[in-house]
Design a protein. Structure first.
Length: 279
């Protein structure tokens, strides 16, 4: 056996071991809509007697666990899969679920996944759109809406109209500062505009499945928008008076927002994103 093959096998085993103890937790949100939490982005599930819809699918080693969790709600066939954007913690199980149901996503999800030479064609969405599409399953109307240049250039928000549940993808990090993937077409101004769009265009009593964090509501989304707006104001005002990056980082964000620093997007990384956007 070649050393390259051995290395590949060990790497695969290491990846599987990393997710071996992950449990997929199921929470009913409203009506036939559920949230699954495991490792990676939050998953939305529409569970009807005519079949299942999956919104995002985390990492490939978790695919069978995700499937089992879905079928524990309603043991029916998977009918549709939706990717809210192209990141691997939301699309990692595409190659598994694509053999069970068609994957829907914005055009740029397919383009960006297709450019990844580590993925096969099985990982690619087969139904793509530019603005959005509506899917009807049993009594539920599911509206997929593309919002441009925010977290990435491939973002879709998913609204379950009858249940009044919104899956925001990574246009909402309930747990802390947001990630703006500028290399993936995201922009800070666009991110805030998309959050403001969701606030303006969905009911005040909507239940929200964020990309990361706990099940939440419109009030939390408004606080998230306020935080982004205030941080932008802080950075742009300091840049306008000639403050350096080091001085801005030293001052930091307002005390009330410091708890939003987390392992991936720390306070420093968030401020550096804003400084780069407005310099």
């Amino acid at each position: 056996m070649s050393s390259i093959l051995l290395l590949s096998l060990f790497s695969f085993q290491a990846i599987c071991d990393r997710y071996a103890d992950v449990e997929i937790k199921v929470t009913q949100v409203a009506g036939q809509v559920y949230m699954l939490k495991g490792a990676g982005g939050n998953i939305g599930v529409l569970a009807t007697q005519k079949g299942l819809m999956l919104v995002d699918d985390q990492f490939e080693p978790l695919a069978e666990k995700i499937e089992q969790a879905m079928k524990s709600i309603v043991d029916k066939d998977l009918k549709y899969v939706v990717n809210t954007h192209y990141h691997g913690d939301h699309t990692g199980s595409n190659s598994y679920f694509s053999h069970k149901a068609p994957i829907f996503a914005h055009n740029n999800v397919r383009k960006r996944l297709a450019s990844n030479d580590k993925l096969t064609s099985d990982a690619l969405p087969v139904v793509t759109y530019e603005q959005g599409v509506t899917i009807h399953l049993e009594q539920e109307t599911v509206q997929l809406t593309h919002l441009p240049s925010g977290h990435t250039d491939s973002d879709t928000v998913v609204y379950f109209k009858n249940a009044n549940v919104l899956h925001t993808g990574d246009l909402f990090f309930e747990l802390g500062f947001p990630y703006v993937d500028t290399k993936g077409g995201g922009t800070v101004d666009g991110y805030l505009a998309n959050v403001e769009y969701m606030i303006a265009n969905y009911p005040d009593n909507v239940a929200i499945i964020p990309g990361h964090g706990k099940l939440t509501d419109k009030a939390s989304l408004k606080q998230f928008a306020d935080m982004i707006r205030e941080c932008i104001k802080l950075v742009t005002e300091q840049l306008a008076v000639g403050k350096s990056e080091e001085e801005i980082l030293t001052q930091g964000v307002a005390e009330k927002y410091k708890h939003l620093s987390w392992h991936f997007i720390t306070e420093e990384r968030w401020l550096k994103t804003l400084i780069k956007a407005y310099q």
